[in-house]
Design a protein around this ligand. Structure first.
Ligand SMILES: [Fe+2]
Ligand SMILES: [Fe+2]
Length: 179
């Protein structure tokens, strides 16, 4: 019954590796060096096409069920659900900013770095809160039938970057992050 949580936890570990990679790239930019723009583009493509599409909706189901089981007594749930929408928007802005920079826009290093660090920080706090507060509560209060329903509603998808079958478009970034 807790395979759902296990999968979500593994996905968090992958998201954290992506965030570490982004941190390094933003650091390079702030030092006046050239970050790997193409690879940053790839990771943001991944973030907006895997976690935003499969990870967060699955968590939404888990947390909404937790709220029902706990009669709304967990204030963090609303914040986290709201943040899923925010993170998706921030991710799209991040992608757009990378394209702008590539297209020769006048976006300053400061503005880019502020936007990028904002995204990384919100993601990190978000994952940390889910792991520390919400997953343990879900483990405690969701019933076997809840897990089955969540699992049925959103079937597990193989991770296109960290899974066994790496999609062509993620091969470069996968080896940059994992090798
Ligand atoms: Fe989440
Ligand atoms: Fe999550």
């Amino acid at each position: 019954m807790q395979n759902v949580l296990k999968a979500l936890h593994t996905e968090h570990a992958h998201i954290c590796r992506v965030l570490d990679f982004l941190d390094t790239q933003i650091g390079l930019l702030e030092k006046g060096e050239n970050p790997e723009w193409d690879l940053m583009k790839d990771v943001m493509h991944y973030m907006t096409n895997f976690p935003d599409i499969y990870h967060h909706p699955k968590e939404d189901l888990v947390f909404k069920r937790l709220r029902e089981r706990q009669a709304g007594a967990i204030p963090e749930i609303d914040d986290i659900l709201h943040e899923h929408g925010e993170l998706a928007e921030m991710g799209q802005k991040f992608r757009a900013a990378i394209n702008e920079v590539e297209g020769g826009s006048v976006m300053s290093v400061d503005d880019f770095s502020k936007m990028a660090r904002g995204y990384v920080d919100v993601q990190r706090r978000h994952v940390e809160l889910e792991e520390r507060v919400l997953f343990p509560l879900a483990r405690k209060f969701l019933r076997a039938e809840d897990w089955t329903e969540v699992d049925k509603a959103i079937k597990s998808q193989p991770d296109p970057m960290f899974g066994h079958m790496v999609k062509d478009e993620y091969k470069l970034i996968r080896s940059a992050i994992c090798d």
